[in-house]
Structures are given as C-alpha cells and as structure tokens.
Design a protein. Structure first.
Length: 258
C-alpha cells in the first residue's frame, strides 16, 4: 500500500477517536508518526501541531456559530500560552534542533504528557471532586490569574509535545469555572487550541520541523473520520471510550521511553 494512503488511514483513525471522545488528537497522532512511521520526534510534533490547528479551526467555527465559546476565558488562556509558546520555540531554536538533547527532551515531555492525559481521563471525576470545592469560591480575579497560568503551562507543554490542550486544558477549565456548561468548556478549550497550535506549528515549520505532504495526507483522512466519530459518539458509552483512550495513552507513553 502506498505510504500516503497509510498516512490517510492513520488520520482517519485518529479523527474517528477525536470525534468519539473530544480528545486524543495530539495524544495519538504524534506517537503514531514516531513509532509507526519513524518520523523524527520534533518533526512529528511540528506536523501534528499544524494538523491540530486546521482541525480545531473547523471545530471552533461550529462552536462559535452555536454560541458555545466563552471568549474572555479563551483570551486569558491565550495571554499565557502565546508568550510561553514563543519563548519555548526560541529556546528550542537556541539549543538546536539536531542535538541529542532536543530529541531526549521532546520524547520525555511527550511521554509524560501522554501519561498525564491518561491519568486525567481515568480519574477526572475524582480530580473534580477533590479540587472542585477548594476552587469553587475563588474570586473572578483569581480565576483569571489561574487561567493565565494554565495557559502558560499549556504553551510550554503543547509546544514541546503537541499534547495537553485537550484533556488537560478542559479539566483545568472545569475546575476553574464549574458553573460553565460543559458545551462552553469544550468550545472554549477547542477555540484556545487554535492560536496555540497554529503559532507553535508555524514556529516548528520555520525551524524545519514540519512535513507538509504528510500533513495533507493526514487531513484527507481525519476530516471524514471526525464526521463519522461525531455521528457515532452518542451510541457508545462515554466511560468505555475514556478508559479505552486512557489505556492506549499509557501504553504509548511507556513505549516512547522504554
């Protein structure tokens, strides 16, 4: 089978999972590019970032049209993530993209981000219960500051690994804004991922860390996959999907390191 068709099939599979669960784009696509296709880790991250920016732009358009984006929250997240993304890319360029140290850092950050996302998916209810009460009564100013700090953390994490904007970002928003409907949490998280992944993706591309032909093949499969997954999501139990994805992330995260 031609290699570009394998990329398209991979894009379809990941798109299907994203449509079913709402998370898993960066968590699955980057490891697939590294482990299955042998793509350089930094190039895999850069390609996936551009892939995510395109797919999540479409999602943002739908959520924006439906009025399910909390734009002030998106702006506060971006106020933290955009500067940290730029700083992370600057440091990546300064250290050098062809060094063994860069490969090691990207691989370890990716592995930790995958395992962290898996833990959040498995224990999301307990995390919400444990931290929800202490955060429920915080002032609007403190919530804004914590949102900016969350954006800063996501900026570093996503720039190095392409992972975290989905499961980790949405969980943070649920803890900080428990009164927001889930649809607005998801919509705001997706909307924030657009500037974050776009800027990080462009930065990786300028550093020569993206593969545009592979990107186009992935997108050719992911779009129908997302449509089919979104259509099928209501027919599969949410808990089954979360545990299936979490188990996959743990296995992949461990495989990257060991």
């Amino acid at each position: 089978m031609p290699i570009h068709l394998l990329y398209t099939l991979s894009g379809f599979g990941v798109g299907l999972i994203v449509g079913l669960t709402g998370v898993g784009g960066g968590s699955l696509m980057t490891p697939i590019l590294i482990l299955v296709f042998g793509i350089h880790p930094a190039t895999a991250v850069g390609t996936d970032l551009l892939y995510a920016s395109v797919t999540k732009t479409a999602g943002t358009a739908v959520h924006g049209w439906n009025g399910t984006v909390e734009w002030p929250v998106v702006a506060w997240l971006a106020a933290g993530s955009v500067p940290m993304t730029a700083l992370t890319l600057f440091l990546l360029a300064w250290v050098g993209i062809d060094t063994g140290a860069t490969d090691t850092v990207v691989t370890w950050v990716l592995s930790l981000a995958l395992c962290g996302s898996a833990v959040v998916l498995i224990f999301r209810s307990r995390i919400e219960h444990g931290f929800g009460k202490s955060l429920a009564g915080i002032s609007a100013a403190k919530a804004r500051n914590l949102t900016i700090f969350t954006g800063m953390a996501l900026g570093v994490l996503v720039s190095l690994s392409s992972v975290g904007a989905g499961a980790l970002g949405a969980t943070a928003l649920m803890l900080l804004y428990p009164r927001l409907p889930m649809s607005r949490i998801v919509g705001s998280d997706i909307a924030h991922a657009v500037p974050l992944t776009l800027i990080a993706g462009i930065g990786h591309w300028l550093l020569g860390l993206s593969n545009i032909p592979i990107l186009l093949s992935l997108l050719a499969g992911s779009i129908p996959g997302i449509i089919l997954g979104s259509y099928s999501a209501a027919r599969i139990p949410d808990r089954t999907l979360r545990y299936l994805l979490a188990g996959t992330l743990l296995i992949v995260g461990g495989r990257l390191v060991f």
